[in-house]
Every structure is written in C-alpha cells, then in structure tokens.
Design a protein around this ligand. Structure first.
Ligand code: SF4
Length: 192
C-alpha cells in the first residue's frame, strides 16, 4: 500500500516536472531567430545613468548572444500590438544600460505581448541617443508650457488618457474620431 502511494507521488512529480520543462522549451522556442542560443544575462534589473540626462530604467530581460545584448519587454495586453511608447521605453533602457556599464546593446529590441496566455514576440528598431535627447527636450518644453503638445496619432491612447479633459488636441481628436465612426447624431461616448 505504502509502496503504491510512493510510486503514485513519484509519478505525479515526474509528470509535473515534464510539463514544466515542455512549457519552458515552448516559451524559449517562441523567441525570434536573433535570440536562439542566447542566454539571459539580466532579469528585472535596474540601470541608472546621468548622461545624456538622468535616466532610471528597469529592464525585464537582457539576453546575451556572443558579445551583443538584446533588451526584451513583457506586456500583458488585450491585443498583440506594439506601441510607440514600447519603443521609447526599450530605447531608454538601452541608453541606461550603455550609459551605466557600457554593455554593447543592439538597436534591435523585442516586445513580448501576452494575450490570454498566448505569447508573441515582436521585433522593434530602437531609437538612438540623439532621438531620445530630442524627445526629452520636447517633453521638458511641453511641461514648461513653451511648446504646444500635438495630438498623438494613436487615438486609442487619447481615448483612455486621464489628461484628455485638460488637453484640447486630445479631446478634439477623440471627438473627431467618434463623429467619423458614429456620425454627428450617433452614439458618442462621453468625454473623459
Ligand atoms: S489626450 Fe492629450 S495628453 Fe493624453 S495622450 Fe492624447 S494628446 Fe497626449
């Protein structure tokens, strides 16, 4: 009786281990060709640099392949989509890594989206340091009130933005899109 119980427990543990291994392999196989054979160099690590401006970035994953490193960000979403904000986030991470410890980091980065348990990894081209500095300067100018913000092209971001009530371009863009979609007398959604 005891022997049977021990055998059952052992079989259960073995089955659980096999399922875990299969799941891990499948996850790794989902990675794009650039990352096949790569190893995880860092996970959930914070990097900080003071140049070209103060930047603190937490990186989900850094893969190492040969001498090159690749940044990867995980996102749980309703759809498998990559946004410009993902590219800016990964680019800032790259700058923080290179600025803080000089690791060579590829201009190719990855966003892994998870939708209801299914993962997809998307390849993205990162911004360089000059482009990030330009964004940083523009943000400072907008916050200082010396430059007007443009409505972003992504509409969906404006539609869910908590600043929409105080942002004229965003509110206008959302209104125009809803008029296009539902018509002047259609079922317009209330302003946020
Ligand atoms: S509503 Fe204004 S602040 Fe918000 S995302 Fe749109 S443009 Fe940017």
């Amino acid at each position: 009786m005891i022997t049977t119980a021990i055998l059952l427990v052992t079989a259960f543990i073995l089955l659980w281990l096999l399922q875990r291994i299969a799941r891990t392999s499948a996850t790794e196989l989902d990675l794009p060709p650039e990352l096949h054979g790569a190893t995880i160099a860092y996970s959930e690590k914070l990097f900080e640099t003071m140049t070209p401006f103060h930047l603190l970035a937490k990186v989900d994953r850094i893969y190492r392949k040969g001498n090159m490193h690749f940044v990867l960000e995980f996102k749980t979403r309703a759809r498998h989509r990559v946004y410009q904000s993902d590219i800016i986030e990964l680019s800032a991470q790259r700058l923080a890594i290179t600025g803080s410890c000089g690791l060579p980091v590829s201009v190719t980065g990855f966003v892994t989206t998870q939708v209801e348990g299914e993962r997809q990894t998307h390849r993205v081209q990162l911004l360089d340091a000059d482009q990030l500095v330009a964004l940083y300067e523009r943000r400072r100018a907008i916050l200082a009130g010396t430059v007007e913000p443009n409505c972003n092209a992504g509409y969906a971001l404006c539609a869910s933005c908590s600043y929409r009530t105080e942002c004229e371009p965003g509110a206008k863009a959302v209104h125009q899109r809803e008029v296009q979609r539902y018509g002047q007398t259609g079922h317009l959604r209330s302003g946020g």
